[in-house]
Design a protein around this ligand. Structure first.
Ligand code: PSU
Ligand code: MN
Length: 297
């Protein structure tokens, strides 16, 4: 019912580093065209430069997939329906042409395939305000035995509550050369996290210990955006306030909120946020393959 590509299967058997990628970020729900294609190429390139294989997750013609052939990349770059973990059975039963996997769906599929490292841009989290809208990403991080590498989360979420929620769920949250949860475009957020680490090999040791202890679930590694690509917080904050007000006025709820807010932030900053988004996604893929290599050795 889940198809794992030959390239991914072979790499797993050979003990070659494999890094899973989600597809929402590369679809029209995550990034505008043609930046989405550039993001995909740069992430795959970073993984391959690190001696690894990218395992893109998606639902294609009703089949959950781990690892796509390059000839299939076009499928996820076009229009897609958002598929969080709970949508997977729906997407299979209804034969969705393209289900763009979110973090939660990707973690589920990566775990099923035996892929132990996953890279993304930003994770979902606890939304601001009193809606108690909590992304399914957080529960999936707690459930699936996969190391997730991200640049924190975008500031349209409540980052302090997101970090607290991860604490409640028992997810180890590590900061790679940072003491703060990164705010995606910005390297800092003012939200402290308990565990700073300095290198990918420390992540591998922690993931290994988690496994040896028989603890269920994943590890979250947060990596600040490279210094040269960071965007000043005030520029982003204004765009985020506008985006959230628009989503609120439009009466959006649930899964509709994040894609609409992402698009509105892009529009409000005239695309100035896109290069930063690509740079951090590529950087996360680079860190992820180093972790996968350390876990393999
Ligand atoms: N944040 C981003 N870019 C993204 C997403 C979040 O900066 O593309 C996507 C990811 O796929 C994430 C999902 O898993 O949004 C979370 O959506 P929700 O808030 O509906 O759980
Ligand atoms: Mn949400």
């Amino acid at each position: 019912m889940i198809i794992i590509s030959d390239a991914v299967q072979t790499a797993l058997i050979d003990g070659q580093p494999v890094v899973a990628l989600e597809s929402t970020i590369f679809s029209n729900l995550g990034l505008p065209s043609p930046a989405n294609e550039e993001a995909l190429e740069r992430c795959i390139g970073a993984i391959e430069d690190g001696g690894g294989i990218a395992a893109i997750t998606a639902v294609i013609d009703g089949v959950p997939r781990v690892g796509l052939d390059p000839s299939e990349h076009d499928r996820i770059l076009g229009p897609a329906a958002k598929a969080a973990e709970r949508e997977l059975p729906v997407a299979v039963a209804a034969g969705w042409p393209v289900g763009a996997t979110t973090v939660s769906a990707s973690l589920f599929l990566a775990a099923k395939a035996g892929v132990r490292v996953f890279a993304t841009g930003g994770i979902g989290g606890v939304h601001r305000g009193d809606a108690h809208d909590v992304s399914a990403d957080l529960g999936a991080l707690a459930e699936h035995p996969v190391v997730t590498v991200c640049a924190g989360a975008k500031n349209f979420l409540d980052l302090a509550r997101t970090v607290e929620h991860l604490e409640t769920l028992g997810v180890p949250v590590l900061g790679l050369q940072t003491d703060e949860f990164p705010a995606f475009y910005a390297r800092t957020s003012g939200v402290r996290i308990p565990q700073r680490i300095e290198s990918p090999s420390e992540v591998a040791a922690i993931a290994d210990a988690q496994h040896q202890l028989g603890r269920v679930g994943g590890v979250l590694v947060t990596v600040p955006i490279p210094e040269a690509d960071a965007i000043a917080a005030d520029v982003i904050d204004t765009a985020i306030d506008t985006a959230l007000a628009e989503a609120d006025a439009a009466g959006l709820v649930g899964a509709e909120v994040t894609p609409a807010v992402l698009a509105a932030i892009g529009a409000a900053t005239q695309g100035a946020t896109v290069p930063a988004n690509l740079a951090l996604a590529e950087n996360n893929a680079r860190v992820a393959v180093a972790i996968a290599a350390a876990m393999a050795s």
